[in-house]
Design a protein around this ligand. Structure first.
Ligand SMILES: [Ca+2]
Length: 310
C-alpha cells in the first residue's frame, strides 16, 4: 500500500520526466530553449491535503557562435606584419599600411618611410626585387653586391650574366671597388667594364624606403633589366638620389640612365661608362653643377662611343 506521499512523488517524477522529454524536443540549431521545472510540495497540516504546484519557467537563450580563423604557415618577420587576409606587408614602407596594418597615407603624401607618411619619393618599380633594402637590411655605405642576371648584357666588348652593384651608384661587369670619392673617367680603380650611373658617396639610411632594387620586364629575347637606386648622400639624410639603370636584351652595347630625384644636381658625381681603367670611355659629367636633373634620361651607346640626352 503506497502512502499519499509516495503516490504524489511518483506523479511528480512522471511529470518531470515528461517535461524533460519536451525539453529535448525544443532544441534547435540556433535557439536553445530550456524549461526548468520547479516542483513545490506543500503540506497543509490543517486539512492533511497534499497540494502539488508545478511552476514551469521557460528561458530562451540565443546562442552566438564566434568563428576565429587563423591562417597558419605564414610567418611575417618585422617590419613585415600580417594583414587579416594573410599577406605580409612592410609597415615601414607600405603606403597602404603605413606604421600599422590598414593605415593608408592621405593623398598629399607620396610614400611611407620609416613607418610615417612622407613626401619623399617612392620606389618606381612595381615588382621590385630588393638587392639591398633599408627597411629590412638597415643602413649601408660603400658596399657592392653580386646579382646574377637572367640574360646576358653587353657593353663594349664585355658580355656578362652577372654584375656587381655598388651602393655608390656604380655597376661593375668584372672587378669592382668600394671607392666613394669620384674622379674623372677613365677611373683606374675600375679595371673592367663599368657603368657610372651616378658615382657619388651615396648612402642608404635604415628604416626608410631606400635601397637598391631590380626588375625584369618583357618577354624572352626582348626583355629589359632595370636597376633602381633610391638613396641619400653620406651624412645627408634629407637628400635624395633616385635613378634607374636600364639594359635591353635585344640592344647590346646600350645602357640607359633615368633620373627622378637628384638633390645636388650632380655637382659631386661622375656620370658615364668605361671599358677599362684606361678607357675607352664616355663621360657625360664630372662634378658639374646642374648637370643631372630630375626627369632627365641619358642613353650611352658603347658601339659608337656616344651618348644622347633627353
Ligand atoms: Ca657611400
Amino acid at each position: 500500500m503506497q502512502s499519499i506521499g509516495q503516490i504524489v512523488l511518483r506523479v511528480v517524477k512522471v511529470i518531470a520526466f515528461a517535461l524533460n522529454f519536451i525539453d529535448i524536443q525544443t532544441y534547435t540549431s540556433t535557439i536553445f530553449t530550456v524549461k526548468s521545472t520547479l516542483i513545490t510540495v506543500t503540506t497543509k497540516p490543517t486539512t492533511q491535503t497534499w497540494t502539488v504546484t508545478l511552476t514551469t519557467t521557460t528561458t530562451t537563450t540565443t546562442r552566438t557562435t564566434t568563428s576565429i580563423t587563423t591562417t597558419t604557415g605564414i610567418t611575417c618577420i618585422y617590419p613585415f606584419v600580417q594583414t587579416p587576409t594573410g599577406n605580409c606587408v612592410n609597415i615601414l614602407i607600405d603606403f597602404n599600411n603605413c606604421g600599422i596594418v590598414g593605415y593608408v597615407c592621405p593623398m598629399n603624401y607620396t610614400s611611407c618611410s620609416a613607418g610615417e607618411c612622407s613626401v619623399a619619393p617612392s620606389v618606381q618599380l612595381t615588382n621590385a626585387i630588393p638587392i639591398f633594402t633599408a627597411a629590412v637590411n638597415g643602413s649601408v655605405d660603400d658596399r657592392f653586391y653580386n646579382v646574377t642576371l637572367p640574360f646576358n648584357i653587353t657593353l663594349y666588348n664585355t658580355t656578362t650574366d652577372s654584375v656587381q652593384v655598388t651602393t655608390n651608384g656604380v655597376l661593375c661587369f668584372g672587378k669592382c671597388d668600394r671607392i666613394w670619392s669620384e674622379t674623372a673617367l677613365p677611373a683606374q680603380e675600375f679595371s673592367d667594364t663599368t657603368v657610372f650611373a651616378y658615382w657619388d658617396d651615396l648612402y642608404i639610411f635604415a628604416n626608410t624606403s631606400q635601397g637598391i632594387y631590380y626588375e625584369i620586364q618583357g618577354d624572352s629575347s626582348n626583355r629589359t633589366l632595370i636597376f633602381e637606386y633610391y638613396c641619400s648622400h653620406y651624412q645627408q639624410a634629407k637628400e635624395y638620389y633616385h635613378f634607374q639603370v636600364v639594359f635591353f636584351e635585344d640592344k647590346p652595347g646600350i645602357v640607359q640612365y633615368i633620373y627622378y630625384d637628384i638633390s645636388d644636381g650632380g655637382i659631386t658625381c661622375t656620370v658615364g661608362v668605361q671599358s677599362s681603367g684606361n678607357g675607352p670611355f664616355i663621360q657625360y659629367s664630372f662634378d658639374q653643377a646642374d648637370s643631372v636633373m630630375p626627369n632627365m634620361t641619358l642613353i650611352f651607346d658603347t658601339n659608337t662611343g656616344t651618348y644622347t640626352k633627353f
